[in-house]
Design a binder for this molecule. Structure first.
Ligand SMILES: [Cu+2]
Length: 68
């Protein structure tokens, strides 16, 4: 299991957090997703076939691109 924290500056309300949590939780290999409105961070626990790259791609597709 890998845990990765993503910075997602475009999170601006609880609906954003909800959308991100639902979309990422839908991915094969993603075990848990916890988004935080105040810090604009999303913590994802995952195994293969999910990867940092595939999670990043999904976040971009739904218009919540992660930043370093
Ligand atoms: Cu929002």
């Amino acid at each position: 299991m890998t845990t990765k924290e993503f910075n997602v500056p475009s999170i601006h309300c609880k609906h954003c957090v909800h959308t991100i949590e639902m979309e990422l939780a839908d991915m094969d290999g993603v075990k848990s997703v916890k988004g935080d409105l105040d810090s604009k961070k999303v913590v994802v626990e995952f195994d293969q076939p999910a990867t940092v790259e595939s999670i990043t791609d999904t976040l971009k597709e739904i218009n919540y691109p992660p930043e370093d």
